[in-house]
Design a binder for this molecule. Structure first.
Ligand code: NAD
Length: 448
């Protein structure tokens, strides 16, 4: 049994049995057996089952939000938003089942058409920072396309996904279609990657483990989509609404205690506005409410574990520009921290995955783009300016998968999400995600 801990209190809130390779094999076998019937289900019936699951998530909204908040240490208000999105994701993919079309292609001598076929059994491996949300981004399109799944939650946060699997059965999704196998990455995850009956791995996690997934998948030519780390830039030009940009910037780094792959943890500011912006940023950061995740007003909770806190702390040496307060006593707390940095510094290059923002000045547009692109990652980012032409010039020039202008949002149910460079490949959400869970089959019918 593995103890599941509340990061805000350090109390054990559940014991979950870590499964082994044999149990993983059994789940893959169950998914394989369930596949033909699930694939053959009429599209409208598959859609109806996904819609029922979405409705059950809505009906259990508060329960799921509480589970997520306690297990991941995230503020209840944030958990409610995430669970709300989970329901929307299943609604969206219920609606997408019969809108993911093939084509007819003009050819000589007959009719050529394409079909979108499911892959079979897909293995889904998810991280601890948005346990249920990220699971739904993969489950929705995988199930909509007619695949069956084996999902491995992160060791630290298995509870919400285990509950979701119960709701899937309650919704009427047949046994064997959704299998959740909690356990170690090196055991359950590794077995899924190697298993000859698993057709694809949908992975979200660190770039390091993503490399292992890719390597392991080569053995059976598995399809892979990877959503990995990030070190995204929030680029603030002097002509931006500085008050608005500064008021929003803390939440783009400190939300989910910085444990967000989209965290805009490099804040690049045009030199002529640097002093004014840093004052405003410190002021806004002072306003972030850090404390008990169960309190409706809390905006930032603790980090996920003591070990992760040590890693985060190792990034900050010297006196930061600003360091906030944290509650006394138990919990893996780390304060909101703003440091001044240069582009080559470790804090400006590596993903911290904690509440530490690096403030970096730039001289002009060309330098802003150069610094923003000087990263092995390319997941997300923001541009703040009142010059519309510049906003689009810079948006096109930054090598990253998801950008927002005068906003820090990255994720919407209907729009594609995913990375460039070592932030991974493949797209989640929107209609784009369906590409990653289906194969294109081409059929020619002779009319001669
Ligand atoms: P992680 O890579 O350590 O673990 C992710 C998952 O992989 C977990 O379920 C883990 O058990 C499993 N795993 C670990 N070793 C494995 C192995 N050898 N074989 C198979 N599976 C294995 O990542 P984490 O610490 O849980 O999450 C943090 C990372 O995830 C950060 O780098 C963050 O940027 C990234 N992330 C990316 C996105 C995105 O969409 N791009 C979203 C959230 C998190």
């Amino acid at each position: 049994m593995t103890a599941v801990v509340n990061p805000a209190t350090e109390e054990t809130i559940a014991e979950v049995e870590a499964r082994g390779a044999d149990e993983t094999d059994a789940a893959v076998a169950a998914a394989k057996e369930a596949f033909p019937a699930w694939r053959a289900l009429a599209p409208a019936d598959r859609a109806r089952l996904l819609r029922r699951l979405a409705t059950l998530v809505e009906e259990h909204h508060e329960e799921l939000s509480r589970i997520e908040s306690r297990n991941a240490g995230k503020p209840i208000s944030g958990a409610r938003g995430e669970v709300g999105m989970v329901a929307q994701v299943f609604h969206f993919y219920a609606g997408a089942v019969d809108k993911h079309h093939g084509e007819t292609i003009p050819v000589a001598g007959g009719v050529d058409m394409t079909f979108r076929e499911p892959l079979g059994v897909v293995g889904l491996i998810v991280p601890w920072n948005f346990p249920l949300n990220i699971a739904s981004w993969k489950l929705g399109p995988a199930l909509a396309c007619g695949n069956t799944v084996v999902l491995k939650p992160a060791e630290l946060t298995p509870l919400s996904v285990l509950r979701l699997a119960e709701l899937a059965l309650e919704a009427g999704i047949p046994e064997g279609v959704v299998n959740v196998v909690p356990g170690k990455g090196s055991v359950v995850g590794q077995r899924l990657i190697e298993h000859p009956d698993v057709a694809k791995i949908g992975f979200t996690g660190s770039t390091e483990v993503g490399q292992q997934v890719m390597r392991g998948a080569a053995g059976t030519i598995k399809r892979v989509t990877l959503e990995l780390g990030g070190k995204s830039a929030n680029v603030v030009f002097a002509d931006a609404d500085l008050e608005r940009a500064a008021a929003a910037a803390p939440y783009a780094v400190f939300d989910n205690a910085g444990q967000d792959c989209c965290a805009r943890s490099r804040i690049l500011v045009e030199r002529s506005a640097y002093d004014r912006f840093s004052e405003l940023l410190v002021e806004a950061t002072r306003g972030v409410r850090v404390g008990d995740p169960e309190d409706d007003a809390t905006e930032m909770g603790p980090l996920i574990s003591a070990a992760h806190r040590e890693t985060v702390a190792s990034f900050v040496d010297g006196e930061p520009l600003y360091r906030g307060d944290v509650p006394d006593g138990k919990g893996f707390w780390y304060p909101c921290t703003v440091v001044e940095a240069r582009p080559g510094d470790r804090i400006a290059r590596d993903e911290v995955f904690g509440p530490v923002a690096a403030l970096i000045p730039f001289a002009d547009e060309a330098e802003a783009v150069r610094i923003a692109n000087d990263s092995e990652y390319g997941l997300s980012g923001s541009i703040w300016t009142s010059d519309g032409a510049r906003a689009f010039r810079v948006a096109r020039a930054i090598d990253t998968g998801v950008l927002s202008i005068n906003s820090n949002s990255s994720v919407r149910v209907s729009t594609p999400f995913g990375g460039f460079k070592q932030s991974g490949f493949g797209r989640e959400l929107g209609m784009h995600a369906l590409e990653g869970y289906s194969e294109v089959k081409n059929v020619f019918y002779s009319t001669d």
